[in-house]
Design a protein around this ligand. Structure first.
Ligand code: SF4
Ligand code: SF4
Length: 230
């Protein structure tokens, strides 16, 4: 079998004398020198991501803009009706059920320790909501599964950390992130019911699909879900 030798095309005498290759390279450099720069000098400069950007998660609170089904979900899961400013999370774990990496969530709820004659007797509150974002693929499925529009994805993209532990966000951090995000970019992202605007849904048909698949059918995926129906 013959072997064909290949190599750089030899330069002509004219190319060698007048440094034509060098001039060609310089021409390209000069052409781009005056173009608008599209990169930023992070972290000294930051960008504002587009509205559909899927960044760090947040947990929204009750602010009077809940979706029309919110109260029925609260009743159904026997959650203490949240006051304004309290979390919208009803500990249904639909987000975890939808997640391709469910172990990144740790969601727990507890029954309130109140006497039998108390109006909140037998009702629960969400007590733990941890997310390990080092395992997250930022697919957005959790936000689409949430029946109360509680869990959202924000415009925060800087997840740098010196320790893995810092990637685990608890309910207080997630709530603060969502509150700040909502006040920063709310009009761009949510309609009057705090739902994603039609033009910003990843898959606009998701609401109908969720209604069909999960309407009041809580996922039962094993021992991690025991407190949902207790
Ligand atoms: S964005 Fe995707 S991977 Fe990350 S928590 Fe949500 S469902 Fe899970
Ligand atoms: S789906 Fe929404 S309401 Fe249910 S546990 Fe997740 S964040 Fe909370």
């Amino acid at each position: 079998m013959g072997v064909k030798k290949v190599g750089a095309k030899p330069q002509t005498l004219v190319e060698k004398i007048f440094f034509l290759d060098f001039i060609k390279g310089l021409k390209t450099t000069i052409k781009h020198l005056w173009k608008k720069v599209i990169t930023v000098d992070f972290p000294y400069e930051v960008v504002t991501p587009p509205p559909r950007f899927r960044g760090v998660h947040g947990l929204r609170t009750v602010d009077g803009t809940e979706n029309p089904e919110f109260d029925s979900w609260v009743k159904r899961l026997k959650i203490k009706p949240p006051e304004p400013g309290e979390t919208r999370c009803i500990a249904c774990k639909f987000c975890q059920a939808a997640c391709p990496v469910p172990e990144l969530f740790d969601i727990q709820s507890e029954k309130l320790d109140v006497p039998e004659d108390h109006p909140h007797y037998g009702l629960k509150v969400m007590t733990v909501f941890n997310m390990d974002l080092s395992k997250c693929t930022f697919c957005g499925l959790c936000t689409q599964a949430c029946p109360t529009d509680c869990i959202i994805m924000t415009d925060i993209y800087d997840l740098s950390s010196y320790t893995r532990r810092n990637w685990v966000l608890d309910k207080d951090m997630l709530t603060q992130i969502a509150n700040e995000f909502a006040s920063r970019r709310r009009d761009e992202k949510f309609d009057q019911h705090s739902q994603w605007r039609e033009d910003q849904k990843l898959w606009p048909e998701y609401d109908k699909t969720r209604e069909k698949l999960w309407d009041f059918n809580m996922p039962k995926l094993g021992p991690n879900y025991h407190d949902q129906t207790a």
